[in-house]
Structures are given as C-alpha cells and as structure tokens.
Design a protein around this ligand. Structure first.
Ligand SMILES: [Zn+2]
Length: 201
C-alpha cells in the first residue's frame, strides 16, 4: 500500500456496479469486423486466423470514435454496417482497417495470454461510477444505468484490448490509462446531461 503522506483516505461505502447490471453495445464493433473482413478479401499476404482478425478489429476500434447505445430488451435492432455510415466516415474506417491489418501482420501475436476483445475503458468507468453514484445517493435501474454507461463511454477514448493487461495494439501515445480525473469528469457531465443530477448554476 503506497504511503501518500499526510492522512489516510476517508473510506466511503461504495455501491459496486457490475457489467451484469446494465447492457450497452458499441455499434462500431460490427462495423470494424466487417471492414477487416473486406480488407482481407483484397490483401493476400499474411495470417487471417481468428486471433489476428480479432487483433485487427481491436486496433481499428481504438482509432475510431465509439458509438455506444443502451441495449434495451425490446429493441435489439440489426447490427450497424459500413453502408450505414456517412461516406467520409466509411472511407476513414476502410483506410484505418488497411492500416490495422498491416500493423498486426507486422507483429503477429499467436501466443501468450489472451482475453476476449473488450474495451478496457469500461472497467475503469465501472470502478469510478459506483463511487460517484453512492456520493450522489443515486440508485439507478437497469435502463437508466444502460443509458448512463453508453453516454459516458461515448465521451472517453476507447482502449480495446485482447490481453488481460489492457495494452495490446494500442498506439504508444494511448498506453497511459485514461486518468481518473478524466473519467470522473465524463461521469459528472453525463449525470448532468441526462438529468440525473441538477445542472449547476
Ligand atoms: Zn494469425
């Protein structure tokens, strides 16, 4: 335990929030998977095994703005595809997909410990959100929590990874974890934006 100097931190009771308490989806995930398979139809050299494809999607997703939506039981819509994007964004996704393929082929990672593709930012948000909700004495239901999580996640840079360490195929300038200050700022902006706590002033 690091010694921070003066006083011991005040312990607060926090309501822990788990991934099973809400449901969200980044609609760019299906777009990224589609873009990578399209590029692999063109490119001939290099591995196209499921692990490499997942690493390519991971790299690509970290270059794109996320588009999280709450997933509410009644509206499981169809997956978003490249065709649904505005032409400018579609071109950017495809060009970034070519880069993702080349980057992964430049450092193929078949061994080592792997985790399923996930956005590490979500875990960082969950750590902070329980505390913020306890602080604000807010007890949110599944639907509200899903809306809130989607809104917060759209405000923070994605850090997708396929490892447990949270650092695979993330550009070096993004290796520094999103700071807790930035995460709390996103949480409080979303709480205001969605009307869960009154606007100041
Ligand atoms: Zn491979």
């Amino acid at each position: 335990m690091p010694d921070c100097g003066s006083q011991a931190p005040v312990r607060r009771i926090t309501a822990k929030i788990n991934q099973s308490d809400y449901s969200i989806c980044n609609r760019m995930e299906s777009v990224a998977a589609e873009a990578i398979s399209q590029v692999l139809l063109d490119e001939v050299d290099g591995c196209r095994c499921p692990l490499c494809q997942e690493d390519m999607q991971c790299y690509l997703l970290n270059q794109l703005e996320p588009l999280y939506v709450p997933v509410l039981s009644e509206d499981i819509g169809k997956e978003m595809s490249l065709q649904d994007l505005a032409p400018d964004l579609r071109r950017r996704v495809v060009s970034e997909a070519y880069r993702a393929v080349i980057v992964v082929w430049g450092s193929v990672r078949h061994g080592g410990e792997r985790a399923i593709l996930h956005n590490y930012t979500e875990r960082v948000v969950l750590e902070a959100l329980g505390e913020a909700l306890a602080q604000e004495k807010l007890d949110l239901g599944r639907e509200e929590l899903s809306m809130l999580m989607a809104d917060i996640m759209n405000d923070l840079p994605p850090r997708y990874t396929t490892s447990h360490k949270g650092d695979a195929f993330v550009r070096t300038d993004e290796l520094v974890p999103t700071s807790f200050a930035r995460v709390y700022s996103a949480i409080y902006h979303s709480l205001h934006r969605l009307g869960f706590i009154p606007r100041l002033g």
